[in-house]
Design a binder for this molecule. Sequence first.
Ligand SMILES: C[S@@+](CC[C@H](N)C(=O)[O-])C[C@H]1O[C@@H](n2cnc3c(N)ncnc32)[C@H](O)[C@@H]1O
Length: 263
Amino acid sequence: MPEPYWSDDTVTLYVGDMREVLPALDVAADLVLADPPYGETSLKWDRWPDGWVKVAAEVSRSLWCFGSMRMFLLHRDEFEAAGWKLSQDIVWEKHNGSGFQKDRFKRVHETATHWYRGQWRDLHTSVPRVPSTRPRGGDVLTGRQAAHMGAIGTRSYVDDGMRLMRTVIPVRSMHHNASHPTEKPIGILTPLLEYACPPAGLVVDPFAGSGSTLEAARLSGRRAIGIEADEKYAEKAARRLSQAPLIGVAAPTRDEEETRGNA
Ligand SMILES: C[S@@+](CC[C@H](N)C(=O)[O-])C[C@H]1O[C@@H](n2cnc3c(N)ncnc32)[C@H](O)[C@@H]1O
């Protein structure tokens, strides 16, 4: 059994290659939330770890995976071979971008795809609801249901002013506040977590980096296991998690307030 590098009541962090650590933990997780190396930069760690998709399939039936269109197309067969079925994709729209090339559009988004194994009905799926940005039409609305959605006619419902979160999610990127070169903001992780992992459920982040998913899980009342190959980042994650309750409860930073407000 691997020794935790850091742990508290809700979060455990391991250092090592997830392909060795995760099978040895023998866990069943509600969700794997992965931000793998895309294999698209010259960063030392940015190499696609062959086999990780199959390892993830052995611990969960639900997977959110960050990536680029290029990455998913290149590795699509690995997902299918491991039994993962694609359910949907969301777009994280950043307020800025990085690595601009003069002969390409300015890239200001990343994709996250959701995959599942087994029966859809057995999964936890809870789409976050957010306040409508449009004027309310009244307390009781009658809406036509579209034929292409399998129903014809009308139905009435009480408008609570809330709407299903949309697939394009604008959240400020970490920009100069990042402690990892590809750090994800809490604001983009939280809706994915809340969608696919029930309250008090267990999420595994096999590429934990600076610990963003682990902190997001804790803040939203989920348990988390993180694995990170590079001890330098694991140390940053551990430091962050040691301080996180103070930041999360007492005094959110300006950047955190902005990212949460945008989520
Ligand atoms: C895209 S980054 C994750 C960043 C993270 N989401 C954050 O917000 O800080 C991918 C991370 O995976 C780590 N990594 C690469 N190969 C790994 C492996 N085989 N097992 C575990 N971690 C690995 C890298 O060191 C890197 O920190």
